[in-house]
Design a protein. Structure first.
Length: 202
């Protein structure tokens, strides 16, 4: 009887988690789709292309900064929780945060000082240097959001990951971009929305 209850509880937890992840993916798709429509129509192909380069830069930097440690969080923490190893849980979270955010800050500093070089030599466009500079500042915040999302999943609270990653970050990005477009802002100002939205989510 006890074993059956445990199986039912585990099944409910899996179904609940899957449902939240589905909602998260759906909301993220909708919000990102709306953002792309607004940004591309306002900036045109060239301007939106610059934003896409900035996004790609963030994605690569986040991937390098994580060093696969985000997967370790969702893999090891549930086991530590089951065994009530509080010190191991704290150690895993703290070490992941220190290493990943430390690497992200290092990459940020590197890109800040080399933004003009990267813009001139890799993209042959000096205007990109300002965008690279701004997007670089957002890297540690994006890494932080990624780590928080994995921690929430590890603690079987994926709804909090939904709030931080999708609602706060992507939702704030869309709202700020809409305001900038309404006020007739520039691509540089829109690039700041990436930084602000990531900081708000973190």
């Amino acid at each position: 009887m006890v074993e059956k209850k445990e199986k039912n509880r585990a099944l409910k937890s899996i179904v609940r988690g899957a449902g939240i992840l589905f909602i998260n993916a759906f909301l993220f798709f909708i919000l990102r789709f709306l953002f792309r429509i607004v940004a591309s129509r306002y900036l045109g192909p060239e301007g939106y292309g610059f934003l896409s380069i900035g996004e790609a830069l963030i994605n690569v930097a986040v991937l390098v900064s994580m060093l696969g440690l985000n997967q370790a969080l969702s893999r090891f923490i549930p086991g530590y929780i089951k065994e009530n190893k509080i010190s191991d849980i704290k150690g895993t979270i703290i070490s992941t945060l220190c290493i990943s955010i430390g690497v992200s800050i290092l990459l940020t500093v590197l890109l800040l000082f080399s933004s003009e070089y990267v813009a001139n030599n890799f993209f042959k466009n000096v205007e990109l240097s300002k965008l690279i500079f701004i997007f670089s500042l957002a890297i540690p915040f994006h890494v932080g959001v990624m780590i928080l999302s994995k921690i929430y999943i590890a603690f079987k609270r994926p709804e909090f990951g939904l709030y931080t990653s999708t609602v706060f970050r992507t939702g704030t990005l869309l709202i700020i971009t809409l305001l900038i477009v309404i006020l007739g802002g520039t691509i540089v100002q829109i690039s700041f929305s990436y930084l602000i939205s990531a900081a708000v989510a973190f």
